[in-house]
Design a protein around this ligand. Structure first.
Ligand code: NAI
Ligand code: SF4
Length: 406
């Protein structure tokens, strides 16, 4: 039953008993309900007599930053893309591959039109000729509901048939890297390109391309429909806005929690119902394996963009994985490097050979810390893309915070 999606346990069980092997579509807000709730009014209004710079100003005022994990200011990106002559494209990154990240799926399975309207508003803002959605194939229910809802948009005349091109990923983590995703959309092997030029200048088929993550576009629609205050009216620990934290690991109720951007791990564990029974909090990944492990003692740091930089790591996609005293930091770090070794596209030597070598060194009873540090620095300095540059984070964080284990 590998294609059965976990909509609700009841639905999945019913599907299994009925012998179904296709995706179980979760209950979600369809086109008619979304329109009844005021949906697509903003898009129509903007298309009729909107000014893209006014919308950009609103997005900037809201403080919206790229929620794939890099936190690049979203409104600024629109300007970069528009600065280049068309035809221009929009490409949505729905290849949510960072282990522990499931917030895009959460929104897509509930309010797909909020995301679709955000995408069409962005496409209008940069005058895009076409919008590509690159969706993770491991989300079969999402793919199916998007097919249905895109057909509904075409039928309603909101988009021309074919304007939205839904593409399936094929299970490669690297295809979530924006230029590898673009290579894949072009029908090639998913290997990252060198930067510059940025995809805003040279993207799909050499044309300027606006790449946004699913959740970023969800918030574009919310900000346009409600106003910047939907994001900027919340303040905590000196940080403004809201963050969706995907929380998993040793907590009582794993899930996606929308909390103030200045939330600490203590707030996040509390939102997830506390620690799972019998577990004592020991460590956490703030943003998936790319961010490495932090110790429980760092429980008062707001988990937002920029706040973890002084500690040598970053929040990324806010994939918070909680570990307990029953877990080994050393084993967890090795597991993370095995993941990177497996997912490295193999294009450049520092990452391809570096991940493999790191895994070997990390299997020793006692780590050769000097050699691992030298290897880490080489990977950071010389890898082409973020995968190879971030892969040493679990090594460095473990040496720094759990020296007794390694
Ligand atoms: P980046 O900071 O290099 O770029 C972010 C975005 O800004 C890109 O779209 C880039 O094209 C654009 N940009 C940056 N400088 C620009 C310039 N001067 N001109 C025009 N455009 C510019 O980060 P990157 O490598 O795209 O993403 C890294 C993040 O992705 C990490 O935080 C990591 O945690 C996260 N990530 C998320 C995953 C997920 O499943 N959500 C999976 C793996 C990584
Ligand atoms: Fe490929 Fe790794 Fe090089 Fe990125 S850093 S291009 S994933 S080999």
């Amino acid at each position: 039953h590998k294609h059965i999606d976990h909509a609700t346990p009841e639905k999945v069980l019913a599907a299994i008993h009925a012998g179904e092997t296709h995706a179980v579509i979760p209950d979600y807000q369809g086109y008619a309900e979304y329109v009844a709730d005021g949906g697509y009014r903003k898009l129509k209004e903007l298309r009729a007599n909107g000014n893209w710079e006014e919308v950009q100003a609103k997005i900037k005022e809201a403080g919206l930053r790229g929620l794939g994990g890099a936190g690049f200011p979203s409104g600024t990106k629109w300007g970069f893309v528009r600065a280049n002559a068309g035809p221009r494209y929009v490409a949505v990154n729905g290849d949510e591959g960072e282990p522990g990240t499931f917030k895009d799926r959460h929104h897509l399975e509930r309010e797909p039109h909020m995301f679709l309207e955000g995408m069409l508003i962005s496409a209008w803002a940069v005058e895009a000729d076409k919008a590509f959605i690159y969706m993770r194939d491991e989300y079969p229910a999402v793919l199916e509901l998007l097919r249905r809802e895109i057909a509904a948009l075409e039928k309603a005349g909101i988009v021309e048939p074919g304007y939205i091109d839904l593409r399936r990923g094929a299970g490669a983590y690297i295809c979530g890297e924006e230029s590898a995703m673009i290579e894949s959309i072009e029908g090639k092997r998913g290997e990252p390109r060198h930067r510059p030029p940025f995809v805003a200048q040279v993207g799909i088929f050499g044309q300027p391309t606006l790449v946004h993550n699913v959740e970023t576009l969800y918030w574009v629609a919310r900000v346009c429909r409600v106003g910047p205050e939907v994001m900027n009216s919340v303040e905590k620990n000196g940080r403004k806005g809201l963050r969706n934290y995907s929380v998993s690991g040793r907590v009582a109720n794993p899930g996606v929690f929308l909390l103030p951007a200045g939330s600490t791990i203590t707030d996040i564990i509390e939102a997830a119902g506390g620690m799972a029974e019998g577990h004592v909090f020991k460590a956490y990944q703030p943003g998936g394996p790319s961010s490495g492990l932090l110790p429980a003692s760092m429980s008062d740091v707001p988990l937002d963009f920029d706040t973890l930089q002084p500690h040598g790591t970053f929040i990324g996609s806010a994939a918070v994985v909680v570990l307990s005293e029953k877990d080994s930091a050393k084993e967890a770090a090795l597991n993370m490097l095995r993941f990177f070794e497996d997912e490295s596209c193999g294009q450049c030597t520092p990452c391809r050979v570096g991940c493999e070598k790191a895994v070997k060194l990390m299997q020793a009873d006692t780590w050769d810390q000097d050699l691992l540090e030298e290897l880490s620095q080489t990977m950071v300095d010389a890898s082409i893309c973020g995968l190879g540059q971030a892969a040493p984070n679990p090594i460095r964080m473990t040496i720094k915070h759990f020296p007794e284990e390694v």
